[in-house]
Design a protein around this ligand. Structure first.
Ligand SMILES: Nc1ncnc2c1ncn2[C@@H]1O[C@H](COP(=O)(O)OP(=O)(O)OP(=O)(O)O)[C@@H](O)[C@H]1O
Ligand SMILES: Cc1ncc(CO)c(N)n1
Length: 270
């Protein structure tokens, strides 16, 4: 009797509640999945920016993994903010030790306000140790550019970037187009492990309330995978979920406000 869908987020805490592991937990809860968490770092953060952050001791990261492995049947997991190279390495080591199902790796680097959530020297560790463990890799455009070391702007460059990332060892790649603010559509490109690909495009919404969009879509994918939803369907549901969360804003905070995590259940969708 330990089989209710359970998922894990390995991420940083956002005191503002709209991004990081709070966005993950809210999203998993909305998708009827029990959310567990490994806290990697704590941020003092609101919709105006990140005021401070503190990575937790490495021993405590490993102990959290051990506590979860001793009790839960986690069927899918994701990573978010991982802080620095030592924490990336510790997370990778624990993910090799324990089977927590498919990993959705959201290579979080910089918060919307510009604060670094991952040190620069950690990028090599992430590329070498974590990326090959990823079932799904979900970079935004700047993250894709950093990971491959070249520019990603045109549709052809999205495709090329995804192919390079797949060669680096991630199985399925989603390059998120949220940062292409001049486009009428929010275009995400997906390259699947079997070589097939697709674009998922939704109308771009003019809003400042986009704090945590990337965390939310990757948490939704993770929740769906924990329930056994096939990957393509999991990604389509997640794109619709984030669209509803952005399109139905809630008035919270004075800056880049959070998305509405309960909108999807209240709006019409397929
Ligand atoms: N204004 C918008 N309108 C519609 N969809 C959007 C908008 N902004 C982002 N999206 C969608 O939200 C998802 C997340 O994309 P984005 O590129 O913003 O991720 P991110 O930069 O990792 O987010 P964050 O760092 O805030 O967590 C993608 O599916 C993207 O297409
Ligand atoms: C803790 C945390 N993780 C991720 C992001 C990116 O949205 C953020 N702003 N804060």
């Amino acid at each position: 009797m330990n089989d209710f869908p359970q998922a894990l987020t390995i991420a940083g805490s956002d005191s503002g509640g709209g991004a990081g592991m709070q966005a993950d937990i809210k999203t998993m809860q909305e998708r009827h999945v029990f959310a567990t968490n490994v806290v990697v770092a704590i941020t003092a953060q609101n919709t105006l920016g990140v005021q401070d952050s503190f990575p937790l001791p490495l021993e405590l990261i490993t102990k959290q993994f051990e506590s979860l492995a001793a009790d839960f049947h986690i069927k899918a997991c994701k990573t978010g903010m991982l802080a620095d190279a030592a924490h990336v390495a510790a997370v990778a080591e624990n993910l090799r030790r324990f089977d927590f199902g498919p990993l959705t790796l959201d290579p979080v680097m910089i918060a919307k306000g510009g604060a670094a959530l991952l040190t620069e020297d950690a990028i090599t560790t992430l590329r070498n140790e974590l990326l090959p463990l990823a079932t799904v890799l979900t970079p935004n455009l700047p993250e894709a550019e950093v990971l491959i070391g070249q520019s990603v702007k045109t549709p052809a460059e999205f495709k090329l970037a995804a192919q390079i990332l797949q060669k680096m060892g991630a199985q399925n790649i989603i390059i998120k187009g949220g940062h292409q603010t001049a486009e009428q559509q929010a275009n995400d490109y997906i390259l699947y492990a079997d070589g097939s690909d697709e674009w998922l495009s939704t109308p771009r919404i003019e809003t400042v309330r986009t704090h945590g969009t990337g965390d939310t879509i990757s948490a939704c994918i993770t929740a769906e995978l924990a329930k056994g939803t096939p990957l393509k369907q999991a990604i389509r549901i997640s794109k619709a979920y984030i669209q509803a969360a952005i399109a139905n804003p809630i008035a919270v905070g004075h800056g880049h406000g959070p998305t509405n995590h309960w909108a999807y259940r209240e709006v019409e969708h397929d």
